[in-house]
Design a protein around this ligand. Sequence first.
Ligand SMILES: Cc1cc2nc3c(=O)[nH]c(=O)nc-3n(C[C@H](O)[C@H](O)[C@H](O)COP(=O)(O)OP(=O)(O)OC[C@H]3O[C@@H](n4cnc5c(N)ncnc54)[C@H](O)[C@@H]3O)c2cc1C
Length: 318
Amino acid sequence: MNNRAGIRESMNFSEVIIIGAGPAGISAAAECLRHELMPLIIDKGEAGGLVRIAHLIQNFSPLSPMSGRELAFRFQEMLKRISAPLLRAEVIMIEQREQTFLINLREGPQLEARAVILATGQKPYVPDNLDEFREFFLLPGEFEPREIATGKRMAIYGGGDVALDLALSLYESGAAEVEIFVRGWPKACAYLQRKINEKKIAVTKGYELIELGKEDKVVRLLFKTEQGSEEELSFEALVLALGWQPCAPEMKPITLDELFNMGIKESGDTRVPGLFLAGDIKNGQNRFIALAVADGLRAGLAACKYLKRDKNRLRSSI
Ligand SMILES: Cc1cc2nc3c(=O)[nH]c(=O)nc-3n(C[C@H](O)[C@H](O)[C@H](O)COP(=O)(O)OP(=O)(O)OC[C@H]3O[C@@H](n4cnc5c(N)ncnc54)[C@H](O)[C@@H]3O)c2cc1C
């Protein structure tokens, strides 16, 4: 369907579709509504995004300190207040057409929009050598600490903020034991390192995970130590928290990598007219809720301005 009248008649058409209902996506929706543009938001999971698994948010003033769960709940409440429709579905592909974007869902009808805000965040990074052991470990965001930790002996591999934050959540969710293994030294912020010390959560440094196995309900971890020896340890569950990378559905004809290579503006504008990026997906190591919110507002505004410009252009060309 590519003539404008046909598009407008379609039940599956929205002026703007926001993919991702984390802090960036919800903020983008709020900004669109200020310009009286009703977006459709799509998320494959719970609204609120990754915030919900954070142990304690200290740097999102004026609401801090607050648990990640509670902050996610506040974002969900915000979404209800602004009444933007939320579709629970996974987007598997975005196809750019001449005037619109086609949004393909894993299940459900194909959708179409004139502008798309991609606020899909980041996904955990898994190094190639551990990818083949995928069934033996959990990744951040895949589980609720409260639901899996009770009474379990758990290991975390990684030494960044997310690894230590998750260790605290698992500890407070009743894990029988939590031990952190780091290849080099923990890089997490001083506050998290102090908390880990206070709770007497063990941090073993200089251990590189080289192989994994499973026997019954026990995961076997084979480490290479700094001294070059090997050590095998067993836990009931392992969480891999080694870093993050941008997360997006497949994109055609221009892929996400190509989009990054062409350059993304601070405002989230891309080189593809009508496509905007907001939040963690564009912020590299700067994964902050406050930044995601600001990005969402900027992308919402940019999308509204784009749609107005596009409408005027079409009107004058008739
Ligand atoms: C353990 C942990 C602790 C943290 N602590 C802090 C902290 O203390 N302070 C701080 O500022 N930041 C913290 N962060 C970072 C913060 O959570 C992120 O910066 C923020 O959530 C980014 O918001 P976002 O909207 O860009 O992405 P996200 O919150 O990741 O939301 C992206 C959304 O997109 C959805 N999605 C992804 N792909 C698809 C698809 N194909 N189809 C449909 N939906 C899709 C996801 O389900 C998700 O809901 C923490 C993160 C973690 C993991």
